[in-house]
Design a protein around this ligand. Structure first.
Ligand SMILES: Cc1ncc(COP(=O)(O)OP(=O)(O)O)c(N)n1
Ligand SMILES: Cc1ncsc1CCOP(=O)(O)O
Ligand SMILES: [Mg+2]
Length: 210
């Protein structure tokens, strides 16, 4: 059984999009705006600075009672004392992640099709990410977008928390939730926003109307 987490507003970081404001400050502002889960996603950082950044973000997140997930890298997640890891279909296996991080770690898995979602039902994961829902310039090496119909189909296959990622913004977030997602995973709509606190607040508001 994993430690508790709230998938509703899941911020995935991006150093380039944060710009001179930096990742840590952007995350701080976004947490003030109501982000409920944070993933440190670093595709080009060496091991040591990645661990340092993860430790820094863990402090910031934990001060607000929010768990920190590390993208891809099990060793970084373990060394930094992160709360879990997010894996894609080509990353380390879920079994390896569970063995490395233990029974209470939060393990998330991207699913890019109904078939992958069916296979994921057998795995010891804590949430699924329907990926990508819409095409996005933030990540271009993705499978074809699932669309809202894909989110609905995956929703029917799992009782696990389901987050949706890819091209989610304030204009389409409500329909993503109405399609059955429990959470919105976003990068650019918060990381690149002129006011990340306000951007997070606007997503968070959907919780009461949904
Ligand atoms: C919440 C969430 N969903 C999906 C992804 C994408 O994971 P993956 O397919 O492994 O791609 P990379 O992020 O590693 O490029 C994610 N990171 N977070
Ligand atoms: C990491 C990731 N995985 C699938 S789409 C995506 C990028 C999401 O970024 P944005 O919220 O800016 O579309
Ligand atoms: Mg990955």
């Amino acid at each position: 059984m994993s430690r508790p987490f709230d998938p509703f507003l899941y911020l995935v970081t991006d150093r380039a999009l944060a710009g001179p404001r930096g990742v840590a400050e952007t995350v701080r502002l976004a947490l003030d705006g109501g982000v409920t889960l944070v993933q440190l996603r670093e595709k080009a950082l060496a091991h040591e600075p990645f661990v340092e950044e993860a430790r820094r973000l863990r402090e910031i997140c934990h001060a607000r009672g929010v768990p920190l997930i590390v993208n891809d890298d099990l060793a970084v997640a373990r060394e930094a004392g992160a709360d879990g890891v997010h894996l894609g279909q080509s990353d380390a296996s879920v079994a390896q992640a569970r063995e490395t991080l233990g029974p209470d770690a939060i393990i998330g898995l991207s699913v890019e099709s109904v078939e992958q979602a069916q296979a994921a039902a057998q795995l010891e994961i804590d949430y699924m990410a329907a990926s990508p829902v819409f095409a996005t310039p933030t990540k271009t090496d993705t499978a074809l977008p699932l669309g809202l119909e894909g989110v609905r189909a995956i929703r029917r296959l799992t009782d696990k928390p389901l987050v949706a990622i890819g091209g989610i913004n304030h204009a389409n977030a409500l329909e993503v939730l109405q399609a059955g997602a429990d959470g919105l995973a976003v990068i650019s709509a918060i990381m690149a926003a002129p006011d990340p606190r306000q951007a997070a607040r606007e997503f968070h508001r959907l919780r009461s109307v949904h």
